[in-house]
Design a binder for this molecule. Structure first.
Ligand code: PHE
Length: 358
Protein backbone atom coordinates (compact mmCIF):
# COMPACT_ATOMS: atom_id res chain seq x y z
CA UNK A 1 0.00 0.00 0.00
CA UNK A 2 2.81 2.39 0.81
CA UNK A 3 4.02 1.80 -2.76
CA UNK A 4 0.71 2.97 -4.09
CA UNK A 5 0.66 5.98 -1.76
CA UNK A 6 4.13 6.89 -2.91
CA UNK A 7 3.14 6.45 -6.58
CA UNK A 8 0.12 8.70 -6.08
CA UNK A 9 2.16 11.33 -4.29
CA UNK A 10 4.80 11.34 -7.03
CA UNK A 11 2.22 11.58 -9.79
CA UNK A 12 0.23 14.35 -8.12
CA UNK A 13 3.43 16.32 -7.52
CA UNK A 14 4.61 15.85 -11.09
CA UNK A 15 1.20 16.93 -12.43
CA UNK A 16 1.25 20.03 -10.24
CA UNK A 17 4.73 20.88 -11.51
CA UNK A 18 3.87 20.42 -15.19
CA UNK A 19 4.33 23.71 -17.05
CA UNK A 20 2.57 23.01 -20.32
CA UNK A 21 -0.40 21.06 -21.62
CA UNK A 22 2.10 18.87 -23.50
CA UNK A 23 3.86 17.94 -20.26
CA UNK A 24 0.52 17.02 -18.68
CA UNK A 25 -0.19 14.82 -21.67
CA UNK A 26 3.18 13.07 -21.23
CA UNK A 27 2.33 12.32 -17.61
CA UNK A 28 -1.09 11.01 -18.62
CA UNK A 29 0.47 8.59 -21.10
CA UNK A 30 3.05 7.50 -18.52
CA UNK A 31 0.36 6.74 -15.93
CA UNK A 32 -2.81 5.88 -17.81
CA UNK A 33 -1.57 5.11 -21.33
CA UNK A 34 -1.41 1.58 -22.74
CA UNK A 35 1.75 0.67 -20.82
CA UNK A 36 1.35 3.25 -18.05
CA UNK A 37 2.04 2.50 -14.40
CA UNK A 38 -1.61 2.67 -13.31
CA UNK A 39 -2.77 0.78 -16.38
CA UNK A 40 -0.27 -1.95 -15.37
CA UNK A 41 -1.80 -2.13 -11.90
CA UNK A 42 -5.31 -2.35 -13.36
CA UNK A 43 -4.23 -5.14 -15.68
CA UNK A 44 -2.59 -6.96 -12.76
CA UNK A 45 -5.99 -7.20 -11.10
CA UNK A 46 -6.93 -9.95 -13.56
CA UNK A 47 -4.43 -12.34 -12.01
CA UNK A 48 -5.56 -11.68 -8.42
CA UNK A 49 -7.59 -14.02 -6.28
CA UNK A 50 -11.18 -12.81 -5.70
CA UNK A 51 -10.36 -11.84 -2.11
CA UNK A 52 -7.28 -9.90 -3.09
CA UNK A 53 -9.20 -8.18 -5.89
CA UNK A 54 -11.99 -7.19 -3.52
CA UNK A 55 -9.41 -5.60 -1.26
CA UNK A 56 -7.12 -3.95 -3.78
CA UNK A 57 -9.61 -3.19 -6.55
CA UNK A 58 -11.18 -0.10 -4.88
CA UNK A 59 -7.76 1.19 -3.88
CA UNK A 60 -6.36 0.98 -7.42
CA UNK A 61 -9.54 2.39 -8.99
CA UNK A 62 -9.54 5.24 -6.48
CA UNK A 63 -5.94 6.00 -7.35
CA UNK A 64 -6.80 6.04 -11.05
CA UNK A 65 -9.76 8.37 -10.51
CA UNK A 66 -7.78 10.85 -8.43
CA UNK A 67 -4.87 10.93 -10.87
CA UNK A 68 -7.28 11.32 -13.77
CA UNK A 69 -9.03 14.29 -12.22
CA UNK A 70 -5.72 15.90 -11.20
CA UNK A 71 -4.60 15.61 -14.83
CA UNK A 72 -7.84 17.20 -16.07
CA UNK A 73 -7.68 20.05 -13.59
CA UNK A 74 -4.04 20.89 -14.35
CA UNK A 75 -4.71 20.75 -18.08
CA UNK A 76 -7.63 23.18 -17.79
CA UNK A 77 -5.53 25.51 -15.64
CA UNK A 78 -2.66 25.56 -18.12
CA UNK A 79 -4.95 26.05 -21.11
CA UNK A 80 -6.61 29.04 -19.44
CA UNK A 81 -3.21 30.55 -18.69
CA UNK A 82 -2.02 29.94 -22.25
CA UNK A 83 -5.15 31.59 -23.67
CA UNK A 84 -4.69 34.54 -21.36
CA UNK A 85 -1.10 35.10 -22.44
CA UNK A 86 -2.04 34.69 -26.11
CA UNK A 87 -4.77 37.32 -25.72
CA UNK A 88 -2.20 39.62 -24.18
CA UNK A 89 0.36 39.00 -26.90
CA UNK A 90 -1.93 39.02 -29.95
CA UNK A 91 -3.78 42.23 -29.15
CA UNK A 92 -5.25 43.89 -32.29
CA UNK A 93 -4.69 47.63 -32.67
CA UNK A 94 -8.10 48.83 -33.80
CA UNK A 95 -6.82 52.34 -34.34
CA UNK A 96 -4.69 51.21 -37.28
CA UNK A 97 -6.17 52.35 -40.60
CA UNK A 98 -8.06 49.54 -42.33
CA UNK A 99 -6.86 48.26 -45.66
CA UNK A 100 -9.32 49.51 -48.30
CA UNK A 101 -11.02 46.88 -50.40
CA UNK A 102 -10.40 47.10 -54.07
CA UNK A 103 -14.05 47.15 -55.16
CA UNK A 104 -16.92 49.22 -53.85
CA UNK A 105 -16.97 52.80 -52.70
CA UNK A 106 -19.12 55.63 -51.50
CA UNK A 107 -21.24 57.20 -54.24
CA UNK A 108 -20.33 60.85 -54.89
CA UNK A 109 -23.87 61.94 -54.04
CA UNK A 110 -23.63 60.29 -50.61
CA UNK A 111 -20.11 61.63 -50.13
CA UNK A 112 -21.31 65.17 -50.84
CA UNK A 113 -24.31 64.72 -48.54
CA UNK A 114 -21.96 63.72 -45.74
CA UNK A 115 -19.74 66.71 -46.51
CA UNK A 116 -22.74 69.06 -46.35
CA UNK A 117 -24.00 67.54 -43.11
CA UNK A 118 -20.59 67.85 -41.46
CA UNK A 119 -20.22 71.50 -42.52
CA UNK A 120 -23.69 72.41 -41.27
CA UNK A 121 -23.18 70.38 -38.10
CA UNK A 122 -20.17 72.61 -37.39
CA UNK A 123 -22.48 75.60 -37.63
CA UNK A 124 -24.84 74.07 -35.08
CA UNK A 125 -27.39 72.44 -37.39
CA UNK A 126 -29.02 69.11 -36.49
CA UNK A 127 -30.16 66.55 -39.08
CA UNK A 128 -33.90 66.03 -39.62
CA UNK A 129 -35.65 63.54 -41.86
CA UNK A 130 -39.09 62.97 -43.37
CA UNK A 131 -40.78 60.31 -45.47
CA UNK A 132 -40.31 59.93 -49.25
CA UNK A 133 -44.06 59.35 -49.63
CA UNK A 134 -45.69 62.56 -48.48
CA UNK A 135 -49.21 63.90 -48.22
CA UNK A 136 -50.49 66.95 -50.04
CA UNK A 137 -50.56 68.97 -46.81
CA UNK A 138 -46.83 68.69 -46.04
CA UNK A 139 -45.57 68.81 -49.64
CA UNK A 140 -47.81 71.67 -50.83
CA UNK A 141 -50.60 73.14 -48.70
CA UNK A 142 -48.63 73.98 -45.55
CA UNK A 143 -45.93 75.41 -47.82
CA UNK A 144 -48.36 78.04 -49.10
CA UNK A 145 -49.06 76.46 -52.49
CA UNK A 146 -52.62 77.66 -53.18
CA UNK A 147 -55.10 74.89 -54.17
CA UNK A 148 -55.14 74.26 -57.93
CA UNK A 149 -52.17 76.61 -58.25
CA UNK A 150 -49.95 75.89 -61.29
CA UNK A 151 -46.96 75.70 -58.95
CA UNK A 152 -48.20 72.24 -58.00
CA UNK A 153 -47.96 71.27 -61.66
CA UNK A 154 -44.61 73.02 -61.93
CA UNK A 155 -43.19 70.32 -59.72
CA UNK A 156 -44.13 67.51 -62.15
CA UNK A 157 -45.47 65.54 -59.25
CA UNK A 158 -45.71 61.76 -59.10
CA UNK A 159 -49.11 61.01 -57.56
CA UNK A 160 -49.91 57.68 -55.94
CA UNK A 161 -53.27 55.92 -56.52
CA UNK A 162 -56.05 57.56 -54.47
CA UNK A 163 -56.92 55.90 -51.17
CA UNK A 164 -60.17 53.95 -51.82
CA UNK A 165 -61.66 55.13 -48.50
CA UNK A 166 -60.68 58.79 -48.34
CA UNK A 167 -59.79 59.54 -51.96
CA UNK A 168 -56.55 61.10 -50.69
CA UNK A 169 -53.70 61.01 -53.17
CA UNK A 170 -50.25 60.75 -51.60
CA UNK A 171 -47.28 62.08 -53.55
CA UNK A 172 -43.62 61.23 -53.87
CA UNK A 173 -42.17 64.36 -52.28
CA UNK A 174 -41.10 66.82 -54.96
CA UNK A 175 -38.64 68.55 -52.64
CA UNK A 176 -37.28 68.23 -49.10
CA UNK A 177 -39.23 71.32 -47.97
CA UNK A 178 -41.99 69.21 -46.31
CA UNK A 179 -39.36 68.38 -43.67
CA UNK A 180 -39.46 72.11 -42.77
CA UNK A 181 -43.15 71.71 -41.97
CA UNK A 182 -42.67 68.47 -40.02
CA UNK A 183 -39.89 70.05 -37.98
CA UNK A 184 -41.74 73.27 -37.18
CA UNK A 185 -44.82 71.27 -36.13
CA UNK A 186 -42.89 68.90 -33.86
CA UNK A 187 -40.18 71.10 -32.31
CA UNK A 188 -40.19 74.35 -30.43
CA UNK A 189 -37.95 77.09 -31.81
CA UNK A 190 -35.16 78.02 -31.98
CA UNK A 191 -34.67 75.51 -34.78
CA UNK A 192 -31.59 74.83 -36.87
CA UNK A 193 -31.84 71.78 -39.08
CA UNK A 194 -30.68 70.36 -42.38
CA UNK A 195 -32.75 67.65 -44.06
CA UNK A 196 -30.99 65.46 -46.61
CA UNK A 197 -33.02 63.07 -48.74
CA UNK A 198 -34.44 61.75 -51.97
CA UNK A 199 -36.84 63.78 -54.05
CA UNK A 200 -38.90 62.91 -57.13
CA UNK A 201 -40.14 64.71 -60.21
CA UNK A 202 -41.53 63.51 -63.52
CA UNK A 203 -38.53 64.78 -65.39
CA UNK A 204 -35.95 62.94 -67.42
CA UNK A 205 -33.37 64.41 -69.75
CA UNK A 206 -29.64 65.08 -69.85
CA UNK A 207 -29.78 67.27 -66.75
CA UNK A 208 -32.77 65.78 -64.87
CA UNK A 209 -33.50 62.38 -63.40
CA UNK A 210 -36.87 61.34 -61.92
CA UNK A 211 -35.17 60.68 -58.58
CA UNK A 212 -32.58 63.09 -57.25
CA UNK A 213 -31.30 64.32 -53.90
CA UNK A 214 -31.67 67.56 -51.99
CA UNK A 215 -30.43 69.02 -48.76
CA UNK A 216 -32.88 71.39 -47.14
CA UNK A 217 -32.01 73.90 -44.45
CA UNK A 218 -34.20 75.70 -41.95
CA UNK A 219 -33.44 78.24 -39.25
CA UNK A 220 -36.19 79.63 -37.00
CA UNK A 221 -35.41 82.10 -34.24
CA UNK A 222 -36.19 85.62 -33.08
CA UNK A 223 -34.91 88.50 -35.17
CA UNK A 224 -33.60 86.38 -38.04
CA UNK A 225 -33.04 88.32 -41.27
CA UNK A 226 -31.57 88.05 -44.78
CA UNK A 227 -28.10 88.91 -43.44
CA UNK A 228 -28.07 85.66 -41.48
CA UNK A 229 -29.16 83.75 -44.57
CA UNK A 230 -26.47 85.36 -46.67
CA UNK A 231 -23.66 84.71 -44.19
CA UNK A 232 -24.70 81.12 -43.60
CA UNK A 233 -24.89 80.25 -47.29
CA UNK A 234 -21.75 82.11 -48.36
CA UNK A 235 -19.79 80.51 -45.53
CA UNK A 236 -21.14 77.09 -46.37
CA UNK A 237 -20.48 77.37 -50.12
CA UNK A 238 -16.91 78.64 -49.59
CA UNK A 239 -16.14 75.76 -47.21
CA UNK A 240 -17.85 73.23 -49.46
CA UNK A 241 -15.72 74.20 -52.46
CA UNK A 242 -12.72 74.61 -50.16
CA UNK A 243 -12.20 78.25 -51.16
CA UNK A 244 -11.18 81.18 -48.96
CA UNK A 245 -14.32 83.09 -49.86
CA UNK A 246 -17.03 83.05 -52.47
CA UNK A 247 -18.28 85.66 -54.90
CA UNK A 248 -22.00 85.19 -54.89
CA UNK A 249 -25.12 87.06 -55.85
CA UNK A 250 -28.65 86.59 -54.60
CA UNK A 251 -31.00 86.92 -57.57
CA UNK A 252 -34.71 87.53 -56.84
CA UNK A 253 -36.85 84.48 -57.56
CA UNK A 254 -40.21 83.03 -56.57
CA UNK A 255 -41.05 80.16 -54.24
CA UNK A 256 -44.52 80.03 -52.62
CA UNK A 257 -43.02 79.22 -49.20
CA UNK A 258 -40.47 82.03 -48.92
CA UNK A 259 -40.77 85.81 -49.10
CA UNK A 260 -38.53 87.30 -50.29
CA UNK A 261 -37.14 84.42 -52.33
CA UNK A 262 -33.83 84.22 -54.12
CA UNK A 263 -31.55 81.97 -56.07
CA UNK A 264 -27.90 82.03 -55.13
CA UNK A 265 -25.44 82.23 -58.03
CA UNK A 266 -21.69 81.97 -57.81
CA UNK A 267 -19.23 83.70 -60.10
CA UNK A 268 -17.57 81.40 -62.58
CA UNK A 269 -15.56 81.23 -65.76
CA UNK A 270 -16.63 78.64 -68.30
CA UNK A 271 -14.24 79.64 -71.08
CA UNK A 272 -11.63 77.14 -72.21
CA UNK A 273 -13.74 74.09 -71.46
CA UNK A 274 -13.06 74.07 -67.72
CA UNK A 275 -15.09 75.60 -64.96
CA UNK A 276 -13.32 78.01 -62.63
CA UNK A 277 -15.13 79.35 -59.60
CA UNK A 278 -14.71 82.92 -58.33
CA UNK A 279 -13.38 84.01 -61.74
CA UNK A 280 -14.81 85.46 -64.96
CA UNK A 281 -18.16 87.09 -65.73
CA UNK A 282 -20.50 84.13 -65.74
CA UNK A 283 -22.88 83.13 -62.97
CA UNK A 284 -23.96 79.68 -62.00
CA UNK A 285 -27.12 78.99 -60.01
CA UNK A 286 -26.51 76.66 -57.10
CA UNK A 287 -29.47 76.83 -54.71
CA UNK A 288 -32.85 78.32 -53.83
CA UNK A 289 -33.48 80.18 -50.60
CA UNK A 290 -35.51 82.84 -48.84
CA UNK A 291 -37.15 84.04 -45.64
CA UNK A 292 -39.83 81.63 -44.43
CA UNK A 293 -43.24 82.96 -45.56
CA UNK A 294 -45.53 84.10 -42.70
CA UNK A 295 -48.28 81.80 -44.04
CA UNK A 296 -45.95 78.83 -43.63
CA UNK A 297 -45.11 79.82 -40.05
CA UNK A 298 -48.83 80.18 -39.32
CA UNK A 299 -49.68 76.82 -40.94
CA UNK A 300 -47.11 75.26 -38.60
CA UNK A 301 -48.53 76.93 -35.50
CA UNK A 302 -45.89 79.65 -35.11
CA UNK A 303 -46.65 83.34 -34.67
CA UNK A 304 -44.84 85.29 -37.44
CA UNK A 305 -44.72 88.35 -35.15
CA UNK A 306 -42.61 86.33 -32.74
CA UNK A 307 -40.61 83.98 -34.96
CA UNK A 308 -38.79 84.49 -38.25
CA UNK A 309 -36.54 82.27 -40.22
CA UNK A 310 -34.83 81.41 -43.43
CA UNK A 311 -34.75 78.27 -45.54
CA UNK A 312 -32.75 76.95 -48.44
CA UNK A 313 -32.68 73.90 -50.67
CA UNK A 314 -30.02 72.56 -52.96
CA UNK A 315 -29.56 69.72 -55.41
CA UNK A 316 -26.94 67.34 -54.09
CA UNK A 317 -26.29 65.39 -57.29
CA UNK A 318 -25.65 68.57 -59.23
CA UNK A 319 -23.28 69.94 -56.58
CA UNK A 320 -21.45 66.59 -56.54
CA UNK A 321 -21.00 66.82 -60.33
CA UNK A 322 -19.72 70.35 -60.01
CA UNK A 323 -17.30 69.66 -57.20
CA UNK A 324 -15.87 66.43 -58.53
CA UNK A 325 -15.92 67.16 -62.25
CA UNK A 326 -18.52 64.57 -63.20
CA UNK A 327 -19.63 65.54 -66.71
CA UNK A 328 -22.84 63.55 -67.12
CA UNK A 329 -25.80 63.17 -64.72
CA UNK A 330 -27.40 59.96 -65.89
CA UNK A 331 -24.53 57.50 -65.20
CA UNK A 332 -24.82 58.60 -61.58
CA UNK A 333 -27.92 56.42 -61.36
CA UNK A 334 -26.84 53.53 -63.62
CA UNK A 335 -25.30 51.43 -60.82
CA UNK A 336 -22.27 50.66 -63.00
CA UNK A 337 -19.40 49.41 -60.82
CA UNK A 338 -16.80 50.73 -63.28
CA UNK A 339 -18.23 54.24 -62.94
CA UNK A 340 -18.29 53.88 -59.17
CA UNK A 341 -14.72 52.58 -59.08
CA UNK A 342 -13.70 55.75 -60.92
CA UNK A 343 -15.80 58.35 -59.11
CA UNK A 344 -16.44 56.63 -55.76
CA UNK A 345 -14.84 57.50 -52.43
CA UNK A 346 -13.21 55.36 -49.79
CA UNK A 347 -15.72 54.26 -47.18
CA UNK A 348 -12.98 54.65 -44.56
CA UNK A 349 -12.45 58.38 -45.11
CA UNK A 350 -15.46 59.96 -43.45
CA UNK A 351 -15.58 63.65 -44.38
CA UNK A 352 -15.17 66.16 -41.58
CA UNK A 353 -14.24 69.82 -41.60
CA UNK A 354 -11.37 69.11 -39.23
CA UNK A 355 -10.02 66.04 -41.01
CA UNK A 356 -10.72 67.22 -44.56
CA UNK A 357 -13.75 66.82 -46.78
CA UNK A 358 -12.47 64.56 -49.53
N1 PHE B 1 -37.84 73.54 -52.37
C1 PHE B 1 -37.21 74.37 -53.37
C2 PHE B 1 -36.97 73.54 -54.63
O1 PHE B 1 -37.04 72.34 -54.57
C3 PHE B 1 -35.89 74.89 -52.88
C4 PHE B 1 -36.06 75.85 -51.73
C5 PHE B 1 -35.99 75.38 -50.43
C6 PHE B 1 -36.24 77.22 -51.94
C7 PHE B 1 -36.14 76.27 -49.37
C8 PHE B 1 -36.37 78.09 -50.91
C9 PHE B 1 -36.31 77.63 -49.62
O2 PHE B 1 -36.73 74.06 -55.68
Amino acid sequence: MTDLNQLELDLINAIGAAETAAEVEELRVAALGKSGTISGLLKGMGAMSPEERREKGPVINGLRDRVQSALGARKAELEAAELESRLQAERVDLSLPARPRRKGGVHPTMQVMEEMISLFADMGFAVAEGPDVEDDFHNFTALNFPPKHPAREMHDTFFLKPDPQTGERKVLRTHTSPVQVRTMMSQTPPIRIVAPGRTFRKDSDATHTPMFHQVEGLVIDKGVHMGHLKWTLETFVARFFELDGIQARFRPHHFPFTEPSAEMDIRCDRSGGTLKLNEGDDWMEILGCGMVHPNVLRACGLDPEEWQGFAFGMGVDRLAMLKYGIPDLRPMFDADVRWLAHYGFSPFAAPSSAGGLS
